[in-house]
Design a protein around this ligand. Sequence first.
Ligand code: PRT
Ligand code: MG
Length: 219
Amino acid sequence: MNVETMITLALSKGRIFEETLPLLKAAGIEVLDDPEKSRKLILDTNLPGVRVLVVRATDVPTYVQYGGADLGITGKDTLLEHGSQGLYQPLDLQIAKCRISVAARADFDYASAVKQGSRLKVATKYVAIARDFFASKGVHVDLIKLYGSMELAPLVGMADAIVDLVSTGNTLKANNLIEVEQIMEISSRLVVNQAALKLKREPLRRIIDAFAQATAAQT
Ligand code: PRT
Ligand code: MG
């Protein structure tokens, strides 16, 4: 199989990979390796013309944008934060659902601070989303960029609040934080390289259509 006809799909390990497996199955594709067990970064499938790249969640749009992959699956959070330039986004797959929210310590009166026009210290890895959100509310914020474990920042007095993804709410609860405001609902999107869509139209259409049908059947 040469590169011109090979279809390459970029996925991240963990929840997106797991929740994508049923969609792939609907398209007749089975991944032959388990990324949690294998160290391989290129996974074979039952179809000789389809392979899966295992990349960091935040790198999926980049691989697709630059043609390292023909298509990929990525959270709306990642697309908003890191940009979606040049990506065709045909489908909301309704997987890896969560919301992006503001959370604060129980003893911090977020509503009053906002009402009084206080300047808030907010820790997050989503600085672009947070900046837009607070700007739209007219709230002044000092943003502190973190790369993970945002929940810690209010606990050690480094921030008044965080902006982070929430699904069950268990992580917030375990760290004595309260979800004080929801910013938006998040789910994962199919993203496709524009040039690949022209050059490999038929095989990509088949996959996009199968994903669309499987998604519609789920909702
Ligand atoms: O983990 P890593 O640093 O390698 O990368 P990543 O965090 O970017 O990837 P991953 O696989 O954790 O998340 C990929 C995508 O899954 C995200 O971009 C979201 O679109 C989506 N998603 C859905 C989530 C969650 N639900 C989620 N709950 N991503 C992360 N979380 C985290 C959240 O950040 C928090 O720490 O889970 C914790 C909260 O979960 P609850 O259930 O305790 O509320
Ligand atoms: Mg994670």
